[in-house]
Write a protein that binds this ligand. Structure first.
Ligand code: SAH
Ligand code: SF4
Ligand code: F3S
Length: 451
């Protein structure tokens, strides 16, 4: 049987990174990746459970795979990621054509699982123990699990920690990813070195809660804080741009702010999810900061790095959120004037505390608040983007399609521009100077002024 893998990834960058590892692991057994489930001998959905909709999507896709699975009896269908972790055996009960369910901390078992199923040693496989091993590659596996950069690759995620200990009352992540564990500094630095040797120019350090790197279960390194780690990564030659995601504002330190002033390659862009603009709601969410503390941190960040672009995540309609509470979120938007935001309607999730809170906000109220927030954010994003008209920006090219190019500024703004006719040497990952002439709510437009 030909070894072909189709993997579809949902959710956050942690899942994207896990999918890369899965592809690498199976490639060692001769698997090559294909673009359609019909042409695959192993189909994996790497799933997200952050909101109910994300989970529903998985079940509907699994339903659609039933026929393909019937037509190709040798095909194996598997579910990985956060829904797999959360639902485990229940997936097999609802979807009997699924062959295996593999939890977030078990991905290294995958080659063995596939082998056992293929040789018919087992009929079904469920492997969803949590707290058993890292999903981030251990040092000795680095060279096997760090993907080889293909032509055109110029940026990569590097996981620095797994799990989360914060238990925000609405969030499934601590339940699906387990306890927070920081990865050893030397492994992180080595992974970054491997990547830059392959020509990668932009590194994003990844964790659900990067600000608390090293504070919980530091592995063998003694205490190294996130800002100390950041400084060490920034020093690696070849790291042209450095970013990180995500941060809980409660752990954002002055030392980290100082990095924005002192590290040239640390991009002036900060995704700092606030979630809500009411102290009552923030307390019920168990976020452990107040609106005032958040505003103070934003103000300090801007003192350290005046050109920093700040983006956020917002949940509207948390249980008990009154119109006055929501107005607090709108006021916060006016005060910070976020460059951009991701905003969501609150969704009940299994095992979370807020699922049991009374006083749920009706769906139509949530929808109305969400669109009110998004309308205003769009206006502000447009106004913010217009501030860049007339400036010159260093733009790292992301894609080239004929004569049109798309790239990103250090502040994470997308810029569209044309490739000058006499310059056919453009490549992705190259940085060019662009003079910005137009602004929309989601992107900028400009002209190259040199290369
Ligand atoms: N670790 C990050 C968030 C990861 S989840 C942090 O602490 O900020 C990404 C975003 O999904 C969250 O910031 C939140 O805005 C949203 N989210 C999480 N759980 C949710 C839920 N139950 N309902 C709606 N949105 C949710
Ligand atoms: Fe979820 Fe909160 Fe952890 Fe973010 S910090 S992953 S929102 S529990
Ligand atoms: Fe989703 Fe799991 Fe990431 S729930 S957001 S895939 S950690």
């Amino acid at each position: 049987m030909e070894n072909t893998l189709y993997i579809k990834t949902f959710g956050c960058q942690m899942n994207e990174r896990d999918s890369e590892i899965i592809e690498q692991l199976l490639a060692q057994d001769g698997f090559r990746s294909v673009d359609t489930p019909e042409s695959a001998s192993v189909v994996i959905l790497n799933t997200c459970s952050i909101r109910a909709k994300a989970e529903q999507k998985v079940y509907s896709l699994l339903g659609q795979l039933r026929d393909s699975r019937k037509k190709a009896p040798e095909m194996l269908v598997g579910v990985a990621g956060c829904v797999a972790q959360q639902e485990s055996r229940r997936i097999l009960e609802r979807m009997p054509h699924v062959d295996f369910v593999i939890g977030t901390q078990q991905i290294y078992q995958l080659p063995d699982i596939v082998q056992r199923l293929r040789s018919r040693q087992t009929e079904k496989e469920i492997s969803t123990d949590l707290e058993s091993q890292f999903t981030i590659p251990p040092f000795q596996k680095l060279h096997e699990t760090v993907p080889k950069a293909g032509s055109g690759d110029f940026r990569r995620f590097v996981t620095i920690m797994q799990g989360c200990n914060n238990y925000c009352s609405y969030c499934v992540v601590p339940h699906t990813r387990g306890r927070e564990v920081s990865r050893p500094v030397k492994d992180i630095l080595e992974e970054v070195r491997i990547l830059v040797r392959q020509g990668i120019k932009e590194i994003t350090l990844l964790g659900q809660n990067v600000n608390s790197y090293g504070m919980t279960n530091p592995v063998a390194d003694g205490k190294v804080s996130f800002s100390q780690l950041l400084r060490q990564v920034a020093e690696i030659k070849g790291v042209e741009r450095l970013r990180f995601t995500t941060s809980n504002p409660k752990d954002l330190s002055k030392e980290l702010m100082r990095c924005f002033a002192e590290l040239d390659n640390l991009c002036p862009h900060f995704h700092l999810p606030v979630q809500a603009g009411s102290n009552r709601v923030l307390a019920a969410m168990n976020r452990k900061y107040t609106v005032e503390e958040y505003l103070y941190k934003v103000k300090s960040l801007r003192e350290y790095r005046p050109d920093i672009a700040i983006a956020t995540d917002i949940i509207v309609g948390f249980p008990g959120e009154s119109e006055i509470d929501f107005q607090g979120t709108m006021d916060l938007l006016e005060q910070v004037r976020f460059h951009g935001s991701f905003s969501f309607k609150y969704s009940d999730r299994p095992n979370t505390r807020s699922a049991d809170f009374s006083d749920k906000v009706p769906e139509d109220v949530k929808s109305e608040r969400l669109s009110r927030f998004q309308r205003r954010q769009d206006q502000i994003s447009l106004e913010r983007n217009r501030e860049y008209i007339g400036t010159t920006q260093h733009v790292m090219i992301e894609s080239i399609d004929g004569s049109t190019c798309k790239g990103r500024t250090p502040t994470n703004h997308i810029v569209h521009f044309s490739r000058p006719e006499n310059l056919f040497t453009f490549t992705t990952g190259q940085t060019v100077l662009v003079s910005v002439q137009q602004a929309g709510k989601h992107s900028l437009k400009g002209t190259v002024i040199n290369s």
